[in-house]
Design a binder for this molecule. Structure first.
Ligand code: NAD
Length: 266
């Protein structure tokens, strides 16, 4: 962090944020940082808010892999992507001066729709039926057709996304040092006619998962990248793989992913 000095703040304007943010910006300036007005000029990007704001911050600033991202919580609770309190700027200053900061690298997912449009996700890509009818998807791992899925849909998550939507649908919590993605089912149909694996599965970084949408009146599914819905109306093929990029975030030495898991869930 020592050689990175241009910091951009991403936030939604509120009166409360403004007061605390001014204080943080002043402390940053006093410690040799330059607050810039455009993310393009930054090599540190700070998100103010909750996890949802952090997801939006990364998306709006283009999933930069040449920047460090930092999440500042504007509540009295830290969250998965927010390691610092907005109203305690001295914590981050002390950490910088005492070399207590570490850089984490988070794997992200790249989703390509019908060989044309590509999107990145830091939590997950999800696909669900938009109508009250069984959704059919052929699921491939590289060239192997693994199964024909029938049910409500699928969630494909990153390791950091494993504690989000994925966890609610009984996926495993995955250490972000493992570069992989996890596929979890939403309401699969399993009987003597239809069969899916029925359990979440994790694929390695060299695999591509391809979903072919069945042509049975369900070509208009709801698709989401993190907390944003895709406005695409029709889809046939979706390819999902780990991106070559990683998102770099700053953290305090004693605040690992597993500290967060314990703090949040146990
Ligand atoms: P938000 O900040 O309101 O987030 C909602 C909750 O999800 C918050 O408690 C937040 O801390 C938590 N969260 C977000 N990412 C997390 C992560 N990686 N690990 C652990 N907790 C996490 O913002 P939002 O825009 O509503 O959040 C979007 C996320 O919500 C999506 O990416 C998806 O993962 C999740 N989601 C969950 C469900 C579900 O659990 N049934 C359904 C839809 C979306």
């Amino acid at each position: 962090m020592a050689d990175r000095k241009n910091i951009y703040f991403y936030y939604k304007e509120t009166e409360k944020i403004h007061k605390d943010l001014n204080n943080l910006m002043n402390q940053m300036a006093e410690n040799g940082f330059k607050v810039v007005n455009s993310a393009k000029d930054a090599n540190i990007i700070a998100s103010i808010g909750g996890d949802g704001d952090f997801l939006q911050c990364i998306r709006r600033t283009g999933f930069r892999d040449d920047c460090l991202y930092a999440g500042f919580s504007n509540t009295d609770q830290l969250s998965f992507y927010c390691d610092f309190y907005l109203d305690h700027p001295e914590t981050i200053m002390d950490a910088i001066h005492n070399q207590q900061m570490k850089v984490r690298r988070y794997p992200i997912i790249e989703v390509t729709i019908d060989d044309e449009l590509s999107y990145l996700c830091i939590n997950e890509f999800s696909i669900q039926s938009a109508i009250v009818k069984t959704f059919i998807l052929d699921v491939y791992i590289n060239n192997l057709q693994l199964e024909t899925f029938r049910g409500d849909g699928l969630v494909i998550s990153t390791p950091t996304g494993s504690t989000a939507y994925n966890k609610s649908v009984h996926g495993a919590v995955v250490d972000p040092k493992l570069a992989c993605m996890q596929i979890t089912e939403l309401g699969s149909l399993n009987n003597n006619r239809y069969r899916t694996l029925g359990s979440p599965f994790i694929v390695s970084a060299d695999k591509t998962v391809t979903l072919i949408v069945g042509k049975e009146g369900n070509e208009h599914p709801i698709m989401a990248i993190d907390n944003e819905a895709l406005s695409i109306r029709q889809v046939e093929k979706i390819q999902i793989k780990l991106s070559d990029k990683k998102i770099k975030t700053v953290k305090l030495k004693d605040n690992t992913f597993w500290h967060k898991v314990k703090r949040t869930f146990l």
